[in-house]
Design a protein around this ligand. Structure first.
Ligand code: AMP
Ligand code: MG
Length: 408
């Protein structure tokens, strides 16, 4: 008789992400001066404070006139510059010189570019018919006053900052940035630059997480490193739970020195899940206390990285009210076949290459979870779904562009 040992079903990545997002509700809002709002997320729809353009505006350097007067020779009765409107309306049979961005005078309904006319003796000769409205940018053509310029949940990229500035929104209401604390665990850890004794290694996850989560809008404190000691864990984690998000590294597996989960439980933190069907990063934990989300990332540096990208970054985005917080995977093709894992989704580090038709992904040598130097040479994280057999060379796969992954 053969016995089948029960392998506990791990949560899938999708399920685990859904459980995280279910707890990651947007934080409160605050008015933010536009000059400080890069990378922030709108808490409310931003309404245009003015019509944009604010007035009928010339698209060209040329002459404002009436379409019905063209072709023809018209006296030039005024010169309009940007910021210096005409002093009177334009009458039939007249033209006014006008610069790009100048107010098209009342009475004019077309602008003829300077290249299409000749100016002589105070008049302008317009040889062709100028269609009605040509080169006039109508008032409110970009956005009308009072209508939605940008939706709630929009991340303020450079072009969107410009849009708000142009539409007269000086202090958009944004979601508060989450406060993030990071605690790395391990008696073996030493800060870079220190002397290593036998068995010690340099701490690398703390810096990585600070940089990544800071780039995603977190207000990140300098990380703390604690030894594998209950009292040290308790003290550091209790203090770190004051933040909106606590991220730990290491100490979340099943060894006798893995103290993060038990310490969190003793501090009244409720575990939502532990273990996700992925590689690297399986023993990740997610828990909550009051308003604080707690992510226990495994200590192997690549596991920490992948766990942070798939779970912590989306949580930070959701806390900031981003409408689509999950990582944005793209599609590429595999350069060489990759074996699937039966039970776990694999996230392979790869180099991407643009061929002119699409992106080809070449998994790097050195896929083990301690190999952070190898991983640092990759620019893509390729998703190999769990299953039987292999994903063939040339097959389409989803990947995350690592260069962009840090952006909120
Ligand atoms: P752990 O998850 O604590 O069992 O750690 C797994 C592996 O990751 C061990 O080899 C640790 O020494 C290593 N490790 C843990 N934390 C860090 C860290 N902050 N920086 C670099 N390596 C780490
Ligand atoms: Mg450890």
């Amino acid at each position: 008789m053969c016995t089948v040992s029960a392998v506990p079903e791990l949560l899938t990545v999708d399920d685990a992400q859904a459980r995280v997002l279910a707890r990651a509700r947007p934080l409160g809002l605050e008015a933010v001066p536009l000059e400080d709002a890069a990378g922030r997320v709108l808490a409310e729809d931003a309404l245009a404070a003015i019509d944009l353009p604010r007035f009928d505006s010339s698209a060209m350097d040329g002459f404002a006139l009436r379409s019905s007067d063209t072709p023809g020779t018209l006296p030039v009765v005024d010169r309009v510059a940007a910021g210096r409107p005409a002093t009177r309306p334009l009458e039939a049979g007249e033209a006014m010189a006008i610069a790009t961005g100048g107010v098209v005078p009342a009475g004019a309904d077309a602008v003829v570019p300077i290249e299409r006319v000749t100016e002589q003796d105070g008049s302008v000769v317009v040889p062709e018919h100028a269609p009605l409205g040509i080169n006039v940018r109508p008032r409110g053509g970009d956005v009308a006053r009072g209508s939605v310029a940008l939706r709630a949940g929009t991340l303020l990229s450079p072009s969107r900052l410009a849009a708000l500035a142009a539409a007269g929104v000086a202090t958009p209401r944004c979601v508060r940035r989450p406060r993030v604390s990071i605690v790395t665990t391990g008696t073996e850890l030493r800060a870079p630059g220190e002397q290593l004794r036998e068995g010690e290694i340099y701490e690398s996850n703390g810096l990585m997480l600070e940089a990544l989560l800071g780039a995603c809008g977190g207000i990140v404190e300098r990380h703390r490193s604690v030894a594998d000691d209950e009292a040290a864990h308790r003290e550091a984690l209790a203090a770190a739970l004051e933040a909106d998000v606590l991220v730990t590294s290491g100490g979340v597996s099943v060894g006798p020195h893995d103290l993060v989960r038990t310490t969190l439980a003793a501090l009244g933190v409720e575990e939502v899940f532990w273990g996700v069907a992925m590689r690297p990063g399986k023993p990740i934990s997610f828990s909550v206390r009051d308003g604080t989300l707690v992510f226990g990332l495994p200590g192997n540096p690549v596991s920490s990285l992948v766990g942070a990208l798939l779970f912590v970054v989306p949580a930070l985005r959701a806390l900031q009210g981003v409408a689509d917080p999950l990582p944005r995977f793209r599609t590429g093709t595999l350069a060489s076949a990759v074996s699937r894992r039966a039970r776990r989704d694999d996230f392979q580090r790869a180099r991407s290459e643009w061929t002119g038709e699409g992106v080809v992904l070449r998994p790097i040598d050195g896929q083990e979870s301690h190999m952070i130097v190898r991983a640092a040479g990759a620019d893509a994280l390729v998703h190999i779904p769990r299953g039987e057999g292999e994903v063939a060379a040339g097959a389409p796969v989803r990947y995350l562009a690592l260069d962009e992954a840090g952006a909120a």
